[in-house]
Design a protein. Structure first.
Length: 585
């Protein structure tokens, strides 16, 4: 760090330094004698604009800036899981040891523990030819996840040495001799620049659904593994609870949760709750497959941008091992606001609502890192990275730039509705405005794994909900009695779909998670009201109250109480509903 520049201007998180002609774009620098972490984001002659990821109060002109010659990178290796990091991958537990409950400035701690020993088991022998991405060994990182040690990108050759045994991450586990005769020492620790997507051998079409256990998401608006989705909504509509529920119960093998600029108390809930929770798929503690990145609203603004890239790079690393990974970003609006602040301080030409003109390309670049990929290496590993971003539009205005740019690149829109939230209907996802473009992708999985008629059942349910919204106008004007029996049947079925199927209590131990097959049977029982009632209501002297008085209608209200696996009970109820309604003929 002999090369240095001199600060000439400090404007919040932006520091401008001169004498920086050898600096490179996105190079990490240490600002002032306190060694604050910063990143070069603009170069103009020998002047460099630096985005500082720590509080800059007290820093002034004349102080030094030290060049490191490195880009902002994350450390990748065993020990990532169960960790809680800040936005630039500093473990919060180690920061607390050094500075107490409040994060001090200029603290430098490694992202991965250098002292902890891991049991490395080699899966290759000496003399074997390997290419980039090939697995050379494994470490049992947690009881759930086997961590694969891979040949770093851009490297290939023959294994000349390989060492199994108890090792720390910086110990040499293998030596590779390339075609030019140069030897490369391989450790369990790798580094990767966060702004560059990790390499893969090609993307695949996502065809497997991401099962969340939330009925409205899985049945009406499914997200495929390897897809990208967004949850926009106003304050208090349930973005954070929805994302946390997905993180807890989805069928991804690895969870990376990024709290980007949200309130500290929301992130505290995650940090307190996740270590206590059991993974419903394995019964093990949930943290054994989770990485948490906390960069709350009271932490430095500039680090919000780094936090989302840190999170997605860690997620890509596990994807490259062949795992299915889910990344939750809560919320990308705060990341965009950080970009807007830095853009303003750089005096760039503003775009819509003051956001930088490159907001769209940055948003697209982030979400496009999702996907199902053929992993590098000679085996047939396939990994997936699913990205779900929460968006917090001011006042719930979905026409604002962050939401619109997000909708352009994501294929699933789970739109939260303040009106539904005020009615205490949760999850408050509006079934009329939300959409998914993955229906055709996952249709075969539903037909093969659940039932042949599952796709048609979903379409019919959506059709009834749409018809209900049209009939509601008439009901408001002239009352329910003005409707024909057929229209009243639609309203009755739609009411049952809303109240008995779409409504789901995230704080109820039984109702919080519903398997795909149970979702199918619940909806089938409810839709039987409509299917069986169509012929009955055509009868001339039919009285709709007779249908409502049927004792079986009370059983439908309790359909969610039937336990998973009791498919014969569902079938029995469905037949009972059909028989009771048809008896009214």
């Amino acid at each position: 760090m002999s090369e240095q520049g001199t600060i000439i201007k400090v404007s919040g998180p932006l520091v401008v330094a001169k004498g920086m002609k050898n600096a490179k774009m996105y190079e990490v620098v240490n600002v002032s004698e306190q060694k604050l972490v910063g990143e070069v984001i603009e170069l103009n002659g020998d002047e460099a604009s630096i985005q500082v990821y720590e509080e800059t109060s007290g820093v002034g002109p004349g102080e030094p800036v030290y060049l490191t010659g490195q880009t902002l990178s994350v450390e990748l290796g065993p020990g990532l899981l169960e960790s809680i990091y800040d936005g630039i991958q500093r473990p919060l537990a180690l920061i607390e040891e050094q500075s107490g409950s409040f994060i001090g400035r200029g603290i430098s701690v490694p992202g991965i523990d250098r002292k902890k020993k891991w049991d490395f088991k080699a899966v290759v022998e000496t003399g074997v030819a390997v290419n980039e991405g090939d697995v050379i060994g494994e470490v049992q990182e947690t009881t759930l996840i086997s961590h694969k040690i891979m040949v770093p990108a851009g490297m290939s050759g023959k294994i000349t040495e390989v060492h199994s045994g108890s090792k720390v991450v910086e110990d040499i586990v293998a030596v590779i001799k390339d075609k030019d005769g140069h030897e490369h020492k391989i450790t369990m620790l790798q580094k990767w620049p966060i702004r560059i997507p990790r390499k893969d051998a090609g993307k695949r079409v996502p065809i497997e659904p991401m099962i969340t256990g939330t009925r409205i998401l899985d049945t009406l608006f499914p997200l495929a593994k390897g897809g990208a989705g967004c949850i926009p909504g106003p304050f208090g509509a349930g973005k954070t609870v929805t994302q946390q529920t997905i993180a807890k119960y989805c069928n991804a093998q690895i969870i990376v949760y990024v709290g980007c600029g949200e309130r500290g108390n929301e992130m505290t809930d995650v940090l307190m709750e996740f270590p206590e929770l059991k993974d419903p798929n394995t019964g093990e503690p949930l943290m054994k497959r989770t990485v948490l990145i906390a960069n709350t609203s009271n932490m430095p603004v500039a680090a919000r941008e780094a936090s989302v890239y840190t999170g997605i790079t860690i997620a890509e690393y596990y994807r490259d091992m062949g795992y299915s990974v889910a990344l939750m970003a809560d919320s990308t609006s705060r990341w965009a606001e950080a970009m807007r602040e830095m853009s303003g301080r750089l005096e760039e030409m503003p775009g819509e609502e003051g956001y930088p003109a490159y907001l769209g390309s940055r948003t697209a670049g982030f979400y496009e890192r999702a996907g199902v990929v053929k992993c590098l290496g000679s085996d047939d590993r396939v990994g997936s990275l699913t990205v779900i971003g929460a968006v917090s539009p001011p006042g719930g205005d979905l026409s604002e730039p962050v939401t619109q740019n997000t909708l352009r690149v994501t294929k699933v829109f789970w739109g939260l509705d303040a009106t539904l939230a005020r009615r205490r209907h949760f999850p408050a996802i509006n079934w009329l405005s939300s959409y998914t473009l993955y229906n055709d992708n996952v249709a075969n999985h539903w037909k093969k794994e659940i039932a042949e008629d599952s796709t048609n059942l979903r379409k019919d349910a959506m059709k009834i909900l749409q018809e209900e919204s049209k009939l509601e106008e008439i009901v408001r004007l002239v009352g329910m009695d003005a409707l024909s029996p057929k229209e009243r049947l639609v309203m009755e079925t739609a009411k049952s779909i809303r109240e008995d199927f779409l409504f789901q209590n995230a704080f109820d131990k039984i109702d919080v998670y519903t398997s795909l097959k149970k979702q199918y049977w619940m909806l089938k029982c409810i839709m039987t009201i409509y299917y069986a009632g169509q012929d009955v209501v055509e009868k001339e002297d039919f009285d709709f109250n007779d249908l409502k008085k049927l004792s079986v209608m009370e059983k439908i209200v309790k359909v969610k109480d039937i336990k998973d696996g009791k498919w014969d009970e569902f079938e029995k109820l469905e037949q009972e509903i059909s028989k009771s309604i048809k008896s009214l003929k």
